[in-house]
Design a protein around this ligand. Structure first.
Ligand code: PLP
Length: 412
């Protein structure tokens, strides 16, 4: 094949197992009817009838937006009120101490892009967990960086601090800057959640790694599923551990409206920087705003305006919290059905606490997924397991699913 692509672009293609499996499932459901197909690939909340959930309070505000509100160019950094609201919504009562600044991004993906692009050098290794969202690989490789993984969970089923420390120290010894993407709450694909003590231990390890050195660490807690990771105040407590860090540690929270406001396709989020140094805070806004200008320019106005309208009205915030709580509990109930049945059948899954997905570790995930498809069941094959989207499978369909999975596993 004749290739016209530049050297760094040659051979790249977006291989997305998730969309591939989803497309098949949707086509089959159109043919046979929704009730005949179990589509456990979708990374969005579907209600018990299989319809996409868009929070009522969000829908109501969208309907009220004026043409000017949804069509104007937003400031490159984002509307000031929007950025304040992101900070409030993200941290709640657990705002860490330090200079806190935010820049708008198109979803959490935009944050990951800028963090990698602006805080590591070409050829650097970026530290991520072994269990991670596939898009991490693309963001890292497309920026001509390399992937370094550490194991997220140790044999005892807890955060693998030892491996984190080993990989971190090695990278710090080799590179000026080490960027860490850490989807440590309601992890995609496992549903693992780091405790406050585990976040603290991770931060302490970073402190120790860079103490008395001229090295920097940029920690990016990816909180995409924050609003479905636990009780509102409780699940935000870990943010406090990011306060009062030395100036060579910058924390950039990857905040997104995709899940918390069910605005996936509206592409809206924010990178929220936390630092003890005023200069680092200023630089954070300067360089990231520059990169926004040079990539997507400004972000979508509509979701920013809708968020501003919701967050400046306590009654609407209350409604938002109630709706999120309802869906958090619905997802937990679905997960509990699967885990109970899996326990009875002896199917092992990675420790699930909360979030949109459960992972069943195994070799040969593709073959098992192919087998399941013969039964009109669609799950996502990963390198080291199968991902089951508990956010999108109803309680009714969840019943008996572990048994069908076991049968497929036994057959291949
Ligand atoms: N991080 C993780 C782990 C995710 O799974 C997702 C979405 O699937 C995101 C970040 C952010 O997605 P978006 O760019 O749609 O906000």
């Amino acid at each position: 094949m004749y290739s016209i692509a530049a050297k760094q672009a040659k051979g790249k293609f977006a291989q997305d197992n998730i969309f591939a499996a989803n497309n098949k499932a949707v086509a089959l459901a159109d043919k046979l009817g929704n009730d005949k197909v179990i589509n456990a690939t979708v990374g969005s909340i579907l209600d018990e009838d299989g319809n996409l959930v868009v929070l009522d309070v969000v829908q109501e505000e969208y309907k009220k937006l004026t043409p000017r509100q949804y069509s104007s160019y937003a400031p490159i950094q984002g509307y000031a009120e929007y950025l304040d609201d992101c900070i409030d919504q993200c941290f709640g009562e657990s705002r860490p101490a330090g200079y806190i600044r935010a820049c708008s991004t198109p979803g959490g993906t935009g944050v990951l892009h800028h963090a990698v692009h602006n805080y590591s050098e070409i050829g650097d290794e970026i530290l991520i967990t072994d269990w991670h969202w596939g898009a991490y690989d693309s963001v890292i490789k497309d920026n001509n960086r390399k992937i370094r993984t550490f194991s997220l969970i140790n044999k005892e089923g807890h955060f693998d601090l030892d491996d984190f420390r080993i990989q971190l120290n090695d990278l710090v010894s080799k590179q000026k800057n080490t960027v860490i993407l850490l989807n440590g709450i309601a992890n995609n694909p496992t549903g693992y959640c780091m405790t406050v003590a585990e976040w603290q231990a991770a931060v302490d390890a970073i402190r120790a790694a860079v103490e008395n050195t001229d090295k920097n660490v940029i920690l990016v807690p990816d909180v995409a599923y924050l609003d479905y990771s636990g009780e509102k105040k409780e699940c935000r407590k870990f943010f406090k551990v990011f306060g009062n860090l030395p100036k060579n540690i910058l924390v950039i929270v990857a905040y997104t409206l995709s899940k918390g406001f069910t605005l996936y396709g509206q592409r809206m989020g924010a990178m929220i920087g936390i630092t003890s140094d005023e200069g680092v805070a200023k630089e954070f806004v300067d360089i990231n705003q520059y990169s926004s200008r040079a990539t997507w320019s400004n972000c979508n106005s509509a979701p920013q305006q809708a968020m501003i309208a919701i967050c400046r009205d306590p009654a609407k915030i209350e409604k938002l919290d109630e709706e999120r709580k309802f869906y958090f509990e619905m997802i937990q109930q679905r997960a509990n059905i699967f885990m109970k049945e899996a326990d009875e059948l002896g199917i092992k899954y990675v420790p699930y606490i909360s979030g949109f997905f459960i992972t069943i570790p195994m070799e040969g995930a593709q073959a098992v997924c192919d087998k399941l498809q013969e039964d009109n069941i669609f799950m996502v094959p990963l390198k080291k397991g199968i991902r089951l989207a508990v956010c999108s499978v109803s309680k009714k369909k969840m019943q008996g699913l572990a048994g069908k999975l076991k049968a497929a596993m036994d057959e291949v």
